[in-house]
Design a protein around this ligand. Structure first.
Ligand SMILES: [Zn+2]
Ligand SMILES: [Zn+2]
Length: 174
């Protein structure tokens, strides 16, 4: 959706409230994540001073993503609250202006999809787990270990444990 910001740039004290649907159905970041739930986004556009405005959005998008350990589907809810300061095109080359990345502006129009995409990139979780203590897949037979033991010999010394053992050794030496 495009929202025209001309009035918000011009009129002092102007506040505009706009609700827009989310048009995208998936998000691509290395792989494609399907959107399974989304609500409309509420935008508040506020004039800060002539030629400068603040864009605030609020909404939730839910994705289907594989668990990093066991690959089962996880619902990832992302509550997004983008906040950006924007200036009209004629001020964008002004080096004195402190402005955010304005790739979501198309002339005087705000492209809500581009802004949401940028916001998703910034807020995408570094780790996606089906549960905090997900046991993952057996590296030998591939069984989902959350569903039970497979009996494979998977012994690999845990590097963290090795560190603790070193520490104990050093403590004894002292
Ligand atoms: Zn998992
Ligand atoms: Zn196994």
């Amino acid at each position: 959706m495009l929202i025209n910001l001309s009035d918000v740039f011009k009129e002092q004290g102007k506040v505009m409230k706009v609700t827009t649907p989310v048009e995208m159905n998936a998000f691509r970041l290395g792989q494609k994540y399907e959107i399974i739930e989304k609500n409309d986004f509420e935008w508040t556009l506020t004039n800060i001073e002539p030629g400068r405005a603040k864009v605030e959005g609020k909404g939730r998008i839910s994705f289907k993503a594989p668990c990093d350990r066991c690959l089962s589907d996880v619902k990832v809810d992302l509550d997004l609250a983008p906040e950006r300061f924007v200036v009209p095109p004629e001020k964008q080359s002004d080096e004195d202006e402190e402005v955010d990345d304005l790739s979501f502006l198309e002339g005087y129009e705000l492209n809500t999809e581009t802004l949401l995409y940028n916001e998703l990139m910034e807020n995408w979780p570094a780790k996606i787990l089906c549960k905090e203590d997900c046991k993952g897949l057996c590296p030998v037979c591939g069984r989902n270990l959350n569903e039970g033991e497979c009996g494979c010999d998977r012994f690999v010394p845990d590097p963290r444990l090795a560190g603790i053992q070193d520490l104990f050794k050093r403590m004894k030496e002292v």
